[in-house]
Design a binder for this molecule. Structure first.
Ligand code: FES
Length: 154
């Protein structure tokens, strides 16, 4: 499943660390970049490379919200629903997204453009409410600001 190029990148990562297992999370990230999400075949290949049981690799992947265990849309919107964001109306942000996209947390729009998720603290509490869309942060969100952001995503 994983290409030779990805396997070589993972091998290079492993050589950076005294303990190969330290490279497991970035290796999963690379596998996800190639496969789009951590499908069973990608997990299996990573497990083989690290000589670990598949379920152990899956357990690691399952802990991190940025490692996707099912297919996601082009844009993955992760809305922080932790305490600071909760105090700054993240519920309004979530409700606005659910209404606009017609999906709930953990779901993907039928055109595969957007996946919506709730997430724990994104460590940007001072600019709550916060969402991460793919690898970028969007802070001090309002429904209007969010509309402008989504409108710009083609
Ligand atoms: S609680 Fe939302 S960023 Fe920390």
């Amino acid at each position: 499943m994983l290409s030779e190029a990805t396997r070589q990148k993972i091998d290079a990562l492993i050589r950076k660390y005294p303990h190969p297992r330290s490279a497991l999370i970035p290796a999963l990230w690379l596998a996800q970049q190639e496969a789009g999400y951590l499908c069973p075949e990608a997990i299996r290949d990573v497990a083989e490379i690290f000589k670990l049981p598949t379920n152990e690799v899956y357990e690691v992947a399952s802990f991190y919200t940025m490692l996707y265990k099912k297919p996601v849309g082009k844009y993955v919107i992760q809305v922080c629903t932790n305490i600071s964001c909760l105090l700054c109306n993240c519920e309004e942000i979530m409700a606005h997204l659910e209404n606009r996209l017609g999906i709930g947390p953990g779901e993907t729009t039928s055109d595969k453009r957007f996946t919506l998720m709730e997430t724990e603290c994104l460590a940007s509490c001072g600019t709550a409410p916060v969402a991460q869309i793919n690898e970028d942060y969007y802070e001090s969100l309002t429904p209007e600001k969010l509309d402008r952001i989504l409108d710009s995503m083609k």
